[in-house]
Design a protein around this ligand. Sequence first.
Ligand SMILES: C[S@@+](CC[C@H](N)C(=O)[O-])C[C@H]1O[C@@H](n2cnc3c(N)ncnc32)[C@H](O)[C@@H]1O
Length: 376
Amino acid sequence: MGSWSVFECSKEQKVVNFKFESVEDFKPAALGKSLCMDFESVVSAFAKTPEERIKGALSSYIYDIPQYPGDPVDGGIHYARYVRLPSSLIPQKQPSLLKQFAPTIKEYIGMGASFFDIGPGPEWSVTRNTIPSLSILNPATYIAVDIEVEFTEEACKTIAQAFPSMTVESIAADFHKESLPYPESGVSVVWYPGSTLGNLPSRFGQTFTENPFVAEHLKLLHRPQNSASNSSESQHYLVLLMDSRKDNADSMVNLYTSAEARGCFKSILFKLKRDLQADSFNPEAFTYNPCWNGQSSAVEHTFTALESQKFSITDCFNGREAEIEVSEGETYVLANSLKPSYEEMREMLVRSGWQPLESERDAEGLFHIHLARASI
Ligand SMILES: C[S@@+](CC[C@H](N)C(=O)[O-])C[C@H]1O[C@@H](n2cnc3c(N)ncnc32)[C@H](O)[C@@H]1O
């Protein structure tokens, strides 16, 4: 497992700078292993047959911020606009359910917890989703964990300003790949709203409760890094809010038809070209469509190839190369939005070692929220 760099955050205004002056200066290795697009994930997403392909393997890459002027990898910019759209269900409607559920959480966690905000998102999301609940939960330490450095910095600044006496830290890394540095004793809380868990991959022909990626990820979230954190003084909780499966498939698919949502998903292809040095790859030769898959309870963000192309990708960390072949008319599911029913989510929590303690649904049946305790 990786070793984490945890940064203390300041309250000072951040000056936004590109990391590189131009495309010529860009070096994918400088992003670090967890923020650079993963070579194996690309190979699996573009495997020869649909049965072999891992669907949604590139979901985490819709949030990137440009690294040099003119960088087309700009999903994070689109995402920051998307959350503000009145039609964006989770960003617009989840804050009230989170706030309503916070006193229930407080009864379990008490005072002085370490609060891991898993994927805080842009400043607007932190202000609306996290601050009202933090005012009730009042943890001793807040730790922002996000694959996008910019989001961890914004979250830290916003929280440090709102809660001057709270210890505020950040970790920029891929939480699908690494376990978190939980304290050895005391109470820790994994705060996981936004249906972010829904970005995990899926396999052809499997249901949500059979999804091994979700089960493994949920296990990773409660796996302590060392045995001392297994002690009886250590209590570890998960707060998980998910967008619910709905009878009307169009209502789920239509969430992703705006220009802002499309911009997030199309950014994946530009990131592939940039990070894996796929110089001959044409990211423009695809159409994007969100499609509902009832078997896996997922909106599948599907790219259809407008032309056949062959391109090579390079892993900048070890020099490995692979040739990818795309066929005209073939479809590739590069990102997922998993939307399990309430029952599916509870079953999955239990299967992956979490004991559900409390849960709630909003009046319209749009979401469900769960409080669970690590049981293994
Ligand atoms: C759907 S947004 C949720 C934002 C906010 N928590 C909310 O409730 O609205 C997902 C966030 O998780 C981050 N993220 C997604 N996949 C990630 C991964 N594998 N590792 C670390 N961060 C990830 C994204 O950068 C983004 O900030």
